[in-house]
Design a protein around this ligand. Structure first.
Ligand code: NAI
Length: 309
């Protein structure tokens, strides 16, 4: 099966450098018309320049592809609306949105200002929500859409000094879960990429030998699959240095403590069984959890609930 994007229109945010640039080049090389979005800021979100986005557009055009640059700040509703309007004017549809733009403002939580916390949440979470919100009605009307959110190991697993970034990146999973459910009937598939790559964001964190292995181009094939016609949906795909792996969220079977047995001491005594991974499951939505708990309580009391399992 060959994956191509002929006839497709893609927006890649933060595509002037690093991972976004690699994704934009990869999409264009396989036929997509690409909006190369970038505000042209430093790693901590300062400054502004149209240079980086422009040079990626030049690169795409030089190899026969089709692209336009747009300098919207992803967290600015009016700028994002303008970007989407220009793509629609030029190409009439938007099939793919890759939310990739991002910044860092690392500090221990003790030293972090709430302004730095808010700014990182604004770019990653509000930026992704703003771009998704702008393309959502278009994708619904087309009955086709592919969206990727960019998370991070920091959000999924934690990383010292990144409470703002980790919180914003974990939020991608929450946004994905709900957009996956709401988008399903219109064939809008939503996935999360958790990359680890050698870019200006990480250049001082890893030895050169490791950076050589972690080129952004090793990750882009996973991104291209996640936005393809046959993409899965609600997958968290870890990617780096040619490795691809899935992160999943499971709930253990758990323990039901009723009436007089429902005490903090009983929770403590049952903690090994509560956390026992045997029989753990992925739950399809929040009400699956609610139904599970109500069913277990009803069973323990010999009651039957009006819904099936
Ligand atoms: P990068 O710093 O090389 O590229 C980020 C791009 O986003 C820059 O070109 C910047 O100008 C742009 N940008 C920042 N704020 C923007 C805004 N408000 N509006 C529009 N554009 C904006 O970073 P890199 O490493 O390529 O990161 C790309 C994404 O991958 C980010 O979301 C990052 O958090 C995520 N990520 C990267 C990892 C890595 O190992 N490099 C690890 C995990 C996640």
């Amino acid at each position: 099966m060959t994956i191509d994007f002929d006839g497709r229109v893609a927006i890649v945010t933060g595509a002037g450098t690093g991972l976004g640039r690699s994704h934009a080049l990869g999409l264009a090389a396989r036929g997509a018309r690409v909006v190369v979005n970038d505000l042209g800021v430093s790693t901590d979100g300062q400054g502004q320049s149209s240079e980086a986005a422009g040079s990626v557009v030049e690169e795409i055009r030089a190899s026969g592809g089709v692209a336009m640059a747009h300098g919207a700040d992803v967290s600015d509703e009016a700028g994002v609306a303008d970007m989407v309007a220009r793509a629609m004017e030029a190409w009439g549809r938007i099939d793919i949105l890759v939310n990739n733009a991002g910044i860092l403002r690392d500090k221990t939580f003790a030293k972090m200002t709430l302004d730095d916390f808010r700014k990182v949440v604004d770019v990653h979470l509000m930026g992704s929500a703003t771009c998704c919100h702008a393309v959502w009605p278009i994708m619904r009307a087309q009955k086709y859409g592919r969206i990727v959110l960019t998370a991070s190991g920091s959000g999924l697993y934690g990383n010292f000094g990144q409470s703002n970034y980790g919180a914003a990146k974990a939020a991608m999973v929450g946004l994905m879960n709900v957009l996956h459910i709401e988008g399903a009937r219109d064939d809008i598939r939503v996935n999360t990429l958790a990359p680890t790559a050698a870019t200006r964001m990480t250049e001082n964190l890893l030895p050169p030998e490791a950076l050589d292995l972690l080129a952004p181009e090793t990750i882009t094939p996973g991104l291209l699959y996640l936005v393809s016609d046959d993409a899965p949906s609600r997958v968290i795909l870890g990617a780096g240095a040619g490795s691809f792996a899935q992160t999943r969220i499971y709930e253990t079977e758990g323990v039901t403590l009723l009436d007089g047995d429902n005490t903090p001491e009983a929770v403590a005594a049952a903690f090994d069984r509560i956390t026992d991974p045997h029989g753990q499951q992925e739950l399809g939505d929040a009400f699956t959890q609610t139904r599970k708990y109500a069913r277990k309580a009803a069973e323990a009391r010999g009651l039957t609930l009006p819904w099936g399992d």
